[in-house]
Design a protein around this ligand. Structure first.
Ligand SMILES: O=C(O)CCC(=O)C(=O)O
Length: 194
């Protein structure tokens, strides 16, 4: 398992058949919506579909919008347990994202909202098409170089971001011109009372 201080990935974390069944259940069963994002003071449609899921008190402010959580679907309860056990701490919410094809994407950002706390553990489970995930340092190093890492996220992989990952890096899931099928990503988070 390749490790870096601020993230770790386990590529075959969920068996492929379990991941197939989960992807199908979520794709057909979640109330997917297009979130609105505020970028440079302008409201735009997010280039993907999303669903915020969590315990009733786990409301989340994301890109200027407050999301009340959708209740946990039965299919996600064992996944929440297993991901929490892998992370060594209980998650009370998950942002589900559906990337319908290579045109859907996630722009540069850090998950650094105050309700996540200063050094959040965020566990990111990928289902479906492999997509490229990119991390970029927020500040140049002593030589003026911006550190950059590219990680392929295959079906059933679990990426754990932790420590100073959000404070030191931004991350993105870029568009791709390659023909790719749909992908669901689940980013488990612990929302703290603020
Ligand atoms: O889809 C992904 O792997 C990235 C998701 C993400 O960056 C987020 O939900 O904050």
């Amino acid at each position: 398992m390749p490790a870096a201080p601020h993230w770790i990935i386990e590529r075959d974390w969920m068996p492929a058949d379990v991941a197939n069944a989960l992807a199908e259940t979520l794709r057909d069963g979640l109330p997917w919506t297009r979130h609105r994002l505020r970028i440079f003071g302008r409201e735009v449609d997010a280039p993907r579909l999303s669903c915020w899921i969590g315990d009733p008190d786990a409301a989340y402010r994301y890109s200027g919008t407050r999301f009340a959580p959708h209740p946990w679907p039965a299919a996600l309860l064992p996944v929440r347990e297993a991901v929490s056990a892998a992370a060594g701490g209980a998650f009370n919410s998950v942002l589900a994202n559906l990337y319908r094809d290579g045109r859907d994407a996630m722009g540069w950002h850090s998950d650094d909202e105050p309700e996540l706390g200063p050094r959040p553990v965020i566990a990111s489970l990928s289902l479906g098409a492999t997509r490229r995930f990119v991390l970029k340092a927020r500040q140049p190093d002593a030589e003026g170089v911006i550190e950059r890492h590219v990680i392929e996220l295959p079906h059933g992989s679990l990426l754990m971001m932790r420590g100073d990952c959000q404070a030191r890096y931004r991350h993105a899931l870029p568009r791709t011109a390659k023909p790719v099928g749909p992908r669901i990503n689940l980013t488990f988070r612990r929302i703290l009372p603020v």
